[in-house]
Design a protein around this ligand. Sequence first.
Ligand code: MTE
Ligand code: MO
Length: 403
Amino acid sequence: MRQWTGGRARSAGIDRRDLLKLVAAASAAVPLASVAAPARAADGLPGVVKPLPPELFTLRGTNAETKFEALRDTGLLTPADRFFVRNHTATPRIDRADWKLTVWGDGLSGGPVDFTFADLLALPPVTRTAFVECAGNGRSYFASQQGQAVSGTAWTLGAIGTARWHGVRLADVLRRAGIGRHAVDVLPRGLDAEVVTDGVNLGRVRRPLPVAKALDDVLLAYGMNGEPLPPDHGCPVRLIVPSWVGIANIKWVGDIEVSSGPLLTPWNTGLYRLFGPGHPPEGSAPLTRQTLKSAFELAPGAAFRTHRRTLLTGRSWSGGAPVRAVEVSTDGGARWRAARLRDEPRAGSWVRWTADWVPRERGPVVLLARATDRSGRTQPVATAHNTQGYLFDAVVRHPVTVD
Ligand SMILES: Nc1nc2c(c(=O)[nH]1)N[C@H]1C(S)=C(S)[C@@H](COP(=O)(O)O)O[C@H]1N2
Ligand SMILES: [Mo]
């Protein structure tokens, strides 16, 4: 227990259930800084502030998945009104004027340092385009395409959005807070409510980042697509961790622990590792980069007319490297042809693409899109199973009909 709270526990060899109990005990001992009131929405979900109209979103528990067909008339950036929401609990309402960020821990050369919102605004501003994508995006296809049981939210491909994020470098904040050479892990924590699953209190959402990533390209963002960060996406300040799994992008960040030793939380031990055949009992290393995916901007079962030329549109992305090429098949995967890329491929972003199609015969058709990135990886036919259904990267079969 002392090791645990000191952050020195190793996950290797610790049973997952014991681990969760330990976490519960540890978090119960820590007094909470602030508990924000959950939001309410008429046309959406309790716990999500923005409206979630059915033409834009599919509701899944406390979360809202973007419908890919709703991105067809958008540009490279996903407007905030149609950006997916993944909330472990509920969106807290936090006033910028009351907010502060506390940076603390034995990885600093001095004591804790507070930053107000105004303090952040006084640092050099940076802007960058990045997608945020849930590690479980595409999870439902483990069951529907591969016949495999997995746990977690049954997303299709819409647990992703790309935005321009405005903020400051996390590195600038950590340096001003006096990060020492001996620092190893950086642990941002959300101000949303503690997460209770199966009667176990996991504490507030938090996941350690290795210092190498934290000092590299991570932002503390206060703006999105030229506007203040909306409540559901982390107002007043969230992390943006380019190319990494969604959980790294902690929203409503209230404090950051800087540690001289490795830190463990449920979000880098029992969660967000790969478990199952081919993985050690304590799971894989904690997930970092996102994988490779493609999606059509079409509803499932969309209808087409024979002999009518149509423009198929979609997007592909990879956390590993910029997308290099996209191929499309309109006959269930027998023949493939190159799609036209509409954006300059960039790391941490997606590319839009198009392909012409003149359906010849009536009946059901399966459309497929397959991306290759500059690291040489191509989307496979199947993804190796893992029990929590993370990092699905196989080509998705998109059923449509021709009338
Ligand atoms: N504080 C906090 N941060 C969080 C979460 C959360 O529930 N609470 N969800 C995480 C997960 S799992 C994902 S995928 C992204 C989703 O970001 P979005 O809701 O802005 O799309 O936020 C991450 N950051
Ligand atoms: Mo996520």
